[in-house]
Design a binder for this molecule. Structure first.
Ligand SMILES: *Cc1c(COP(=O)(O)O)cnc(C)c1O
Length: 382
């Protein structure tokens, strides 16, 4: 497939993959775990030896992803956390990791326990403050800096270019979890990040029916990338072929879905912002959002499907509102075609400082008037 094509074209045609054996315009699912050798003991297809190494369909997904990210290479994992863990495990004992505070709780919890186990110094800071982040990086001289932008559930924005230059001056690797943005809205590698991570479980698959994770790299010869490759190959964190096939199918409509989800989310953020029962809305597309200027610089075509807001009232008001919704599903996760509402305080308790009045919405591709109608009737009833 030509090199100068737009993301919509690359995604729709899965970077040109077909099934030459049958002429199918989509690839076949090949579930075999082992591959035949000929009479001279040569592999019939040298790319395929054993199912734990990787698979043709996983390589197809990685090829699409690398093109969408403007990456030299991508690696697919069986979940977002498996991708993050593979990256973190490359950090040497005794080294330092700088981690953004107030991000996806699963990441924070795993990294804290991992660092304690491996005698790695962990520094958690509010990376949405560029000066604070730069000062921390030059003081701590970390091996790895891990940020999430926009962050979940606060929708904070990290200035990727500023973080990258601070990392460069001390030789740290900058990794960005860009799950909430997707490669359609933001390509962190273009802004100087070394590695970008995605929970492909979310908008990249987009249909709430596949768990997957992805790492992509700016320079595939980097020793850390080589270590991640080796770790995946030898430790066996491999996605199943059926899941990879579904993921490739979901990705064909990624740009279209993200465009509609972002338009809907923007309209809903503006509507909530004017509502008398709403105290505050967190969405990087709103001009009043703390990180709006940075987000506008490093995102294109929209600000994503994720937003949070504070309802006027307490935990019981928030839960009554949740209970009154008829279209939004009450469920965790984000980035699917169907809209979801989540009350994070119920799940996390007081440990992480998420207030009881905070509600997180993942906006889908339904008609925006239906979504606003549902939010309106539920707010009116509390
Ligand atoms: C869901 C999520 C993850 C973890 O991905 P899984 O596929 O659930 O393991 C990591 N980061 C962010 C921002 C997420 O939303």
């Amino acid at each position: 497939m030509k090199n100068d094509l737009k993301p919509e074209t690359i995604a729709a045609q899965a970077a040109g993959v077909t099934d030459p054996a049958t002429g199918g315009i989509v690839p076949a699912i090949q579930p075999s775990t082992t591959f035949i050798r000929d009479q001279d003991y040569k592999l019939v297809n040298p790319a395929n030896l054993y199912g734990r190494d990787d698979s043709a369909i996983a390589r197809d997904v990685e090829a699409v992803m690398a093109r969408l990210e403007n990456a030299e290479a991508s690696l697919l994992f069986p979940s977002g956390m498996a991708a993050t863990a593979a990256l973190m495990r490359t950090t040497a004992n005794g080294a330092t990791i700088v981690l953004q505070s107030g991000i996806y709780w699963g990441t924070t919890k795993w990294v804290r326990e991992f660092c304690a186990r491996r005698s790695i110094r962990l520094v958690e800071i509010d990376a949405s403050q560029p000066d604070l982040l730069a000062a921390s990086i030059s003081a701590e001289k970390p091996a790895l800096v891990f940020v999430e932008t926009p962050s979940n559930p606060w929708l904070k924005t990290v200035d990727i270019a500023a973080a990258a230059s601070a990392c460069k001056s001390v030789g740290a690797i900058l990794a960005v979890d860009a799950t909430a943005a997707t490669p359609v809205l933001s390509r962190p590698l273009d802004h100087g990040a070394d590695i970008v991570m995605h929970a492909a479980t979310k908008a990249i698959n987009g249909h709430s029916d596949v768990l997957a994770g992805m790492l992509s790299v700016r320079d595939a010869s980097h020793p850390v990338w080589q270590a991640i490759r080796t770790d995946r190959h030898d430790a066996g964190a491999i996605i199943g072929n059926f899941e990879a096939w579904l993921l490739l199918r979901g990705m064909r409509t990624l740009p279209l879905r993200v465009e509609r989800m972002s338009q809907n989310a923007m309209a809903i953020a503006q509507w909530l912002d004017r509502h008398e029962k709403v105290v505050g809305v967190f969405y990087p597309g709103l001009p009043g959002h703390e990180g709006h200027a940075i987000a506008a610089r490093q995102m294109q075509g929209g600000f994503g499907s994720l937003l949070s807001f504070l309802i006027r009232g307490d935990a019981s008001t928030a839960l009554r509102f949740c209970g009154g919704l008829q279209l939004f599903h009450r469920a965790t996760s984000l980035g699917g075609v169907e809209s979801l509402v989540e009350h994070r305080h119920t799940i996390e308790g007081d440990a992480t400082g998420v207030p009881p009045s905070l509600l997180r919405l993942s906006i889908g591709i339904e008609h925006v008037e239906d979504l606003i109608g549902d939010l309106g009737q539920a707010l009116a009833a509390v």
